[in-house]
Design a protein around this ligand. Structure first.
Ligand code: ZN
Length: 340
């Protein structure tokens, strides 16, 4: 069963925008101008500034202070092989850097060339992007680099006067997460059966319910089910629920018109197979009670690649969809007692 996947790699990526609030707006707006700031609260300078004093939870206020651009590394860790998600494409250090004029360290990168160049107590200096490329994000500072002149930063510790209104009040961010999931035994059984043109479920010996596709347990009795409880069910059933999805444009959405996703209660089953497409009924005429039968992809076009643990019961690319049988609609009372 060459097409039966055993491992799934998920990529979760999406852009989003967040509002910054007063304190971070002031920090970001100053950063875009090449100035790092902190806030004086509780007798010390916190940089980057926090909205609340971490010791007392009191409002930090707006006694802004210029800090940096030089600072001192207190602790660090070396990243010898950066991934595509790291900010630099070559080996670098993550470090806590206490900027001149500040009393608390900030986390940033140190681009020191080699691990042997890193040391606690080393003096470093912020290296900014070109002014036109600065947008008020923490990566406007490309990295900290070893300071050519270790003497104190000019102007550090002096007051910073924030403008009446900050230029930057929002930040664009990007989530990029990859993770791997291993196929469960029931997912493998389900995919293998579909590839052979069979729909299977598991019949609970305690309550006699048939669950499609197999879940490895009865969700009513909470008992384990295994291969010995596998039963085959017919590729015929009734639409029991449906949702009309009106697509909104987002990265990866290929649909442009409203479409229906239906749950189907197969003959002899007690749990529905969800997220199915009815092939020959316009969206406006989708309703519960329609009798349908499965339409398989041709054997040489079947692939189980899209069947994973999360889409339990879905047909991936193996089930093309469902077509109506032409029988009169089933009265709702006949399929009220069902499980999702
Ligand atoms: Zn049961």
């Amino acid at each position: 069963m060459a097409d039966t996947v055993q491992e799934f790699v998920f990529n979760l990526t999406f852009p989003f925008t967040r509002t910054l609030g007063t304190t971070l707006s002031t920090f970001s707006s100053a950063l875009a101008q090449g100035q790092i700031i902190g806030v004086r609260t509780g007798g010390r300078v916190i940089a980057p500034p926090l909205e609340y004093d971490p010791d007392t939870a009191a409002d930090s206020g707006n006694d802004w202070v210029r800090v940096g651009p030089k600072g001192t590394v207190s602790t660090w860790t070396w990243v010898p092989e950066p991934t595509n998600l790291h900010p630099l494409d070559h080996a670098f250090g993550f470090a806590f850097i206490t900027l001149d004029g500040a009393d608390t360290p900030m986390l940033h990168l140190v681009d020191a060339g080699s691990e042997s160049a890193m040391a606690a107590g080393m003096r470093v200096e912020a290296k900014f992007k070109a002014p036109a490329d600065c947008v008020g994000r923490i990566d406007d500072i490309i990295a900290f680099v070893p300071a050519a002149d270790p003497s104190p930063s000019e102007g550090a510790g002096e007051p910073f006067v924030a403008p009446e209104e900050n230029d930057i009040t929002e930040m664009d961010a990007f989530c990029d997460l990859q993770y791997v999931d291993n196929a469960s035994p029931t997912t493998i059984m389900w995919a293998k059966a579909l590839m052979e043109g069979r729909i299977i479920g598991q019949k609970c010996p305690q309550c006699d319910r048939t669950i499609v596709g197999p879940r490895g347990m009865c969700s009513v009795c909470a008992i384990e089910l295994d291969e010995s409880h596998i039963v085959e069910v017919p590729g015929r059933g009734v639409v029991s629920n449906f949702t009309i999805v009106t697509p909104t444009p987002y990265p990866g959405q290929t649909e442009t018109e409203p479409f229906a996703r239906c749950s189907i209660l197969l003959d002899g089953a007690d749990a529905v197979i969800a997220q199915q497409e009815i092939l020959d009924v316009p969206v406006s005429e989708i309703r519960v009670g329609i009798h349908v039968e499965v339409v398989w992809a041709p054997e040489n076009e079947r692939s189980a690649a899209d069947i994973d643990n999360r889409s339990r019961g879905s047909g991936g690319d193996i089930i093309v969809g469902w077509r109506t049988t032409g029988e009169p609609d089933e009265p709702a009372a006949r399929y009220l007692d069902r499980m999702m």
